[in-house]
Design a protein around this ligand. Structure first.
Ligand code: NDP
Length: 280
């Protein structure tokens, strides 16, 4: 039976085994999927070990997405743009890395929430691995403007600069800009605001000035469940529609499943199951 793993630290909270278990059940694929806690300096050894032991693939979660990218000689174009990856396929002595986070985010917004991104003004908050994974996929959706705002200015500037050539090629009309969180009151209004920061883990929900919200704006948090509540409730109070990142998690997993197995599972029933199982 093919074996898959999710590698992270911490990893005990990961819903990936449950999600891939539901995908396997739904598609009739025979596979096993387990969590693997990796020491901060242990990714290289663990990946080699899995390869030698004949694992079929793995997902990579916090804090190893950039490191995993560096360790894989073969990279899909979207992993290259992000310089980070969340999905590895073992193929003989090769490791091929992909990044399915951005596509997962866009599918959840466009297909599941029914919110178009084409010709819209998008604000992406954060410049870490999650934002890096999202930027290329958001540009693929051809927005009118994409502003990336981060607490630390240099990271936002660097991430935007690394995507300029892609933006020019894929969506030349899109205004792509870097900003800091201090600039938020001066940036104008956005149709879609995506929180890709981990600020709520610090117990500090980001504060959105009301001027940021266009009428019927969507405010999205990549976090899900209780961790996303503070940020999303404040946005709801300002009249925004809101959505947490559980759908993104399921969609990025479905794309990983497709990368490994060549089959695309249905995501809606899996999202429904998780919503029923998660504590509210
Ligand atoms: P990183 O550690 O790589 O980046 C963290 C980001 O958050 C940086 O931009 C950092 O800013 C910012 N940040 C941290 N604390 C604060 C704060 N107090 N105020 C303002 N900004 C802050 O994390 P990731 O990018 O990998 O992940 C970000 C979030 O996205 C996580 O919560 C993760 O769970 C979620 N995620 C969800 C996924 C899903 O499928 N739903 C998939 C991937 C990620 P600075 O640069 O200034 O330090």
């Amino acid at each position: 039976m093919d074996k898959y793993f999710v590698l992270g630290n911490p990893v005990s909270h990961s819903l990936s085994p449950r999600i891939h278990g539901l995908f396997a059940e739904q598609t009739g694929e025979l596979l096993r999927y387990e969590r693997l806690l990796v020491r901060p300096d242990g990714l290289d050894v663990v990946l080699r070990d899995l390869q030698v032991k004949g694992a079929a693939g793995c997902n990579i979660t916090v804090p190893f997405k950039e490191q995993a990218y560096q360790l894989c000689a073969q990279r899909t174009p979207r992993a290259k743009w992000a310089q980070a990856g969340n999905t590895i396929q073992f193929a003989g002595d090769q490791m091929i890395i992909d990044n399915t986070d951005g596509l997962g985010l866009v599918r959840d917004i466009v297909q599941n929430a029914g919110v178009a991104l084409a010709d819209k003004r998008i604000l992406l908050l954060g410049a870490g691995g999650a934002a890096a994974g999202a930027l290329g996929a958001l540009l693929d959706a051809k927005p009118a403007a994409l502003v990336l705002a981060n607490r630390t200015s240099e990271r936002a500037v660097r991430l935007v600069a690394s995507h300029r050539a892609y933006a020019k090629q894929i969506t030349p009309g899109c205004r792509l800009e870097a900003a800091t969180l201090l600039d938020l009151p001066q940036l104008g209004a956005f149709d879609v605001i995506i929180n890709a920061t981990s600020s709520s883990l610090d117990g500090e929900a980001l504060h959105l000035p009301p001027t940021l919200l266009a009428p019927s704006a969507l405010v999205y948090d990549m976090m899900y469940g209780k961790a996303a509540q503070g940020f999303l409730q404040a946005a709801q109070a300002m009249g925004a529609q809101t959505r947490d990142g559980l759908g993104m998690l399921v969609e990025q997993a479905a794309e990983a499943f497709f990368f490994w197995r060549g089959l695309r599972p249905k995501t809606a029933p899996v999202l429904q199951t998780l919503l029923a199982e998660l504590p509210q």
